[in-house]
Design a binder for this molecule. Structure first.
Ligand code: MN
Length: 226
C-alpha cells in the first residue's frame, strides 16, 4: 500500500567504525536533576524525559553546527553529557546487561530551556527539553574501541571561558544506572540514545556564543548558537 507521503528519513548518527557508517536512532532518553554539588542537598529528584529522534544533530570532529535559540525563551542552557548508544534493548536490565547493551559512546549537549513554565506553575518539559535541534551529538565511538571511562571527566567552554568542569562520578544516578532505571519503565530498543546527566555549571547561552565541550576518553563537540 503506498504511503500518503514519503516516510521521513531515518534519523542517524555517523559512527567511527570500520564495518558500519550509521547508527539509526530509535528514541532519545535523558535524565534531569541528576546533579548536586558535592556536600549539598540536590535541588530536586531526578526525572526522565524524551527528546524526538529528529532533534539530534550529528557534529563531525573539528566541525561545528548552528543551534538556534527557540522563540519565547530567555534561558537556553547548555548541558554537556556522556551519551550511551544502545545496540541492544530490553526491560529490567541489570547493571551488567546495561553495560552489555551499550554499542558505543558519544558526547552530547542536552540543550534545555530553563524558563518554560506553564501558567499553572508546572514545568512544560515538552518545550523545555524537546525543541528542534536540542540534541547535538558527536559521532559515536564503538565501545570496543572506547570503553566507558569511569568516572568520565566532562568539560564545556563558552567563548573560551570554562563553564562546566566535572565528572560523571558527581552524578546522582551513574550512567549505567540511568540505563537500568529507564529499562524499569520503558522497553529499551537498539537505537536508543541515553543522555546520562550533566555535572553542574549549566548556564545560559545567547546568539553568537561558540561552545566547545567534551568527555575525556570519548571526544569533543562544537556548537555555534544563532
Ligand atoms: Mn541534561
Amino acid at each position: 500500500m503506498p504511503f500518503v507521503f514519503a516516510p521521513p528519513q531515518q534519523a542517524v548518527v555517523p559512527v567511527q567504525d570500520e564495518r558500519y557508517e550509521f547508527f539509526p536512532i530509535h528514541r532519545v532518553y535523558g535524565i534531569g536533576k541528576n546533579y548536586a554539588e558535592p556536600g549539598t542537598v540536590p535541588s530536586g529528584t531526578p526525572f526522565y524525559f524524551l527528546k524526538p529522534a529528529d532533534a539530534v544533530v550529528p557534529v563531525a570532529d573539528n566541525e561545528s553546527v548552528a543551534i538556534p535559540v527557540p522563540p519565547g525563551t530567555n534561558e537556553m542552557k547548555h548541558e554537556i553529557e556522556l551519551v550511551a548508544a544502545l545496540g541492544k534493548g530490553g526491560r529490567n536490565l541489570t547493571l551488567e546487561q546495561a553495560a552489555d547493551a551499550v554499542w558505543g559512546w558519544c558526547v552530547g549537549i542536552d540543550f534545555t530551556l530553563g524558563d518554560q513554565r506553564l501558567d499553572s506553575g508546572a514545568n512544560d518539559f515538552m518545550r523545555g527539553k524537546a525543541f528542534d535541534r536540542s540534541a547535538p551529538v558527536s559521532h559515536i565511538r564503538p565501545a570496543y574501541r572506547t570503553p566507558m571511562p569511569a568516572p568520565a571527566d566532562l568539560w564545556l567552554y563558552v567563548n573560551n571561558q570554562k563553564r562546566q568542569s566535572g565528572s560523571t562520578a558527581n552524578l546522582i544516578v551513574k550512567p549505567l544506572e540511568v540505563i537500568v532505571e529507564i529499562s524499569k519503565f520503558w522497553e529499551l530498543q537498539p537505537g536508543d540514545l541515553i543522555f546520562t546527566g550533566t555535572p553542574g555549571g549549566a548556564s545560559r547561552v545567547v546568539p553568537g556564543d561558540r561552545l566547545e565541550g567534551g568527555v575525556n576518553g570519548v571526544g569533543t563537540i562544537r556548537v555555534d548558537i544563532v
